[in-house]
Design a protein around this ligand. Structure first.
Ligand code: SF4
Length: 699
């Protein structure tokens, strides 16, 4: 890739933001304080040159004015002050070492991110388990796709977001899109839905809001928040009642249908209408569209997944695919639209509390032996599974007393965020690696300024399981180092001079060995192949293997090769509306901002388009509350109170309000959200909680 820094020639690379990982070209240019420009890359097959506003303006993130360029350490006066790298790294090593010595290895925690490259995720997991020897590592991807991942594992024995290329979506007959607002979250992907309809296919969107994506649909089902599971059961009930079960497929390629059927039949359509608010005729229309098409797909995103029953909810949608034979064959199946840039790869390489590289299970003796051999350690010295992301954050300042945080901003993005901020402030020691002084970094004892996307080389794995290469296109500003260099420096100070190379290709070579033979097998993938082939789909066990764009066509990854039905039942959300908190709150993203906003809030065009938080509510609800467009509305849940301007829209249910979660401060949506956890995936219930609404005093 060159990797040599500033060049006048554009370099092929990928967007720093979402899981679509759009191909783009970046040319070092200078001018206006921004050292590069983003150009289209029409040859990359996923986005074919299209970029949303976030990708198009991403070069602004590279401007030195927008970011940290020197380490910061907290002085005796309590303020952060500039420091040189040796001092900053010494402080971090000292803070981690002292805590472990005083309270044990598990008193040191590590928190990673779904935007880290595969190499960084791998190195961070290895650092935690080999250098710190702590079990306490997890990452913000737990908040993103963990329910879908768990349901995938349960049904198919393997989790890859989409088990087919995104392009297949345009060629199927019917897509049910559950809880995804693609038009705002990954706009270039909307083309596949447009092509689907141009090809005569049908689109069903399930969402409590009539989003810009739902406006494209042939049928929009608008359930109450937290009732997607009942909705899927109701559809499957009708499939059975109308004799549309694919008995041959169920008999030949699945197990568990008999055990699943009674729960399905208990959810008769009128009951499902009462639970979900979706009228029975719409349920029937959806079943007809789904089953009349020769092939069909269900795609879920955070809507059904970020619930305390998210895993069961996804299982219910998978059950629908299996019962109708819409799985394990070309142009049919279930898939999850992963959210974060490397949400897929980030969970495959060892920064998740229960996993080792290659998607191996941390409690599997054979997996431990394989990875320990690659790492040159005794398998018995590898810690066991640790706490999940929210549980880890909740333990800060108590059992976990020091934290190394990389690529995440939980003060804005975690549920019950005010509590999480308190826990972070209760730490004995916090070190944060980040590009900018995020709200979380501002609380740190040491902040380490690191390189970002176009300043470094490394792989990510997009939502299709396609491993791609981000290439360095510009020199980083003086004073910053890569996360890999940081880990190498810390490992050296903590007595591990070997095993933590700073060169990403060297890390990737070791990752390939560690993943070899595992479910997510990267052994046959190299930087050169990725460059030549526009990405390689895992599993790819040999250099001569073509990779695997489509999974499960012949067999599933279960011991007997069959997909597994899971019996599931509807249950209420952890919080339902009550007299005191009579409305639902649901949260999500807007077009011009991304995740905690740490990056996008610093881009002028994006910030101008969407400068702050708001509360979307129906005009009739607004009238009842006596609040007009733009007036401040107080939203209170059992966890706190926020105030943000009202944004009136008939696109949302009258019993529900929506808030985007990109901002800190008094409009921080995650002050309100409920950390009730899914029992399987440990996913918090971001998507539904109960709130009270009041017109607030005008400031
Ligand atoms: Fe970047 Fe996602 Fe926008 Fe593509 S859709 S340009 S990957 S933010």
């Amino acid at each position: 890739d060159g990797g040599t820094g500033r060049t006048a020639e554009p370099v092929d690379t990928h967007c720093p933001y979402c899981a679509l990982q759009c191909g783009m070209r970046v040319r070092a240019s200078g001018g206006g304080g921004v050292p590069a420009e983003v150009l289209e890359r029409p040859a990359f097959p996923v986005n074919k040159g299209a970029l949303c506003g976030k990708g198009r303006t991403a070069a602004e993130l590279l401007a030195p004015a927008a970011r940290l360029t020197t380490p910061l350490v907290r002085g005796a006066d309590g303020a952060l002050r500039p420091a040189d790298w040796p001092e900053a790294l010494d402080r971090v090593a000292d803070g981690l070492r002292r805590t472990a010595a005083a309270h044990g290895a598990d008193a040191v925690g590590v928190f990673g991110g779904g935007g880290l490259t595969n190499e960084k995720a791998y190195a961070l997991g290895k650092f935690a388990r080999v250098v710190l020897r702590t079990s306490q590592i997890d990452y913000n991807g737990r908040f993103c796709m963990s329910s879908a991942a768990a349901a995938h594992q349960r049904a198919f024995g393997l989790d890859r977001g989409l088990p087919f290329p995104l392009a297949d979506v345009a060629r199927t007959g019917c897509v049910v899109l559950v809880g995804s607002n693609l038009a705002d979250t990954m706009p270039p992907a909307l083309r596949y839905l447009t092509e689907l309809r141009e090809n005569g296919g049908r689109l069903i969107v399930v969402d409590p809001r009539r989003t810009r994506t739902a406006e494209q649909a042939d049928l929009h089902l608008q359930p109450r928040p937290g009732t997607d599971l009942a909705l899927a059961l109701g559809l499957l009930h009708l499939v059975v009642a109308e004799g549309r079960v694919d008995e041959g497929f169920v008999a030949a390629r699945t197990t568990g249908w008999e055990r699943t059927l009674p729960g399905v039949m208990a959810h008769w359509p009128e009951l499902v209408e009462r639970i979900t608010g979706v009228p029975v005729p719409q349920l029937r229309e959806a079943v007809a569209m789904f089953c009349d098409a020769p092939e069909s797909m269900v795609l879920t995103a955070r809507g059904p997944e970020q619930q305390a029953k998210g895993t069961d909810t996804v299982s219910a949608w998978i059950n629908l695919c299996l019962a109708t034979g819409r799985s394990g064959r070309l142009l049919s199946g279930y898939g999850c639209l992963t959210g974060q840039g490397n949400g897929q790869g980030g969970r495959e390489h060892g920064q998740k509390a229960d996993q080792l590289p290659g998607y191996r299970k941390l409690d599997d003796p054979a997996a431990r032996a394989h990875v320990a051999a690659v790492w040159g350690v005794d398998p018995d010295d590898l810690p066991g599974p640790g706490r999940s992301a929210y549980e880890l954050l909740d333990a800060l300042g108590r059992d976990v007393r020091a934290l190394l945080l990389m690529g995440s901003n939980p003060v804005v993005s975690a549920p019950r965020a005010a509590h999480v901020a308190e826990r972070i402030e209760a730490l004995d020691f916090l070190a944060v690696c980040d590009v900018v002084l995020s709200e979380t970094a501002a609380l740190a004892d040491v902040v380490l300024p690191v390189t970002q996307w176009a300043e470094e080389t490394g792989t990510t794995t997009n939502l299709e399981g396609r491993v791609i290469l981000r290439r360095r296109a510009v020199d980083p500003p003086p004073g910053v180092r890569s996360d890999l260099e940081v880990l190498a420096g810390l490992a050296r100070r903590l007595g591990r001079p070997e095993g933590f190379p700073a060169d990403p290709e060297e890390v990737f070579a070791e990752l390939r060995r560690a993943s070899a033979g595992g479910p997510a097998d990267y052994a046959g993938i190299s930087y050169a192949r990725i460059a030549a082939e526009d990405g390689v789909f895992w599993p790819c066990p040999e250099p001569g293997s073509p990779g695997t764009p489509r999974l499960f066509l012949d067999r599933y990854a279960t011991p007997d090769g069959r997909a597994r039905f899971t019996p599931v039942q509807h249950r209420p959300s952890a919080e339902e509306p009550s007299a005191e908190y009579p409305y639902y709150l649901t949260t999500g993203r807007v077009l011009a901002q991304y995740q905690s906003g740490a990056q996008t809030r610093r881009v002028r065009e994006l910030n101008a388009a969407e400068p702050g938080p708001f509360v979307q509510l129906h005009p009739r609800l607004a009238a009842r509350l006596g609040v007009a467009e733009g007036e401040p509305l107080a939203v209170t849940s059992r966890r706190g109170r926020v105030v943000a301007p009202a944004r009136l829209s008939a696109a949302i249910r009258q019993d529900t309000v929506f808030m985007p979660f990109h901002w800190p401060g008094e409009g921080r949506a995650n002050t309100l959200t409920n950390p009730a956890l899914d029992p399987v995936s440990r996913m918090p219930e971001f998507k539904v909680c109960a709130v009270r609404l009041e017109r607030a005093a005008t400031p």
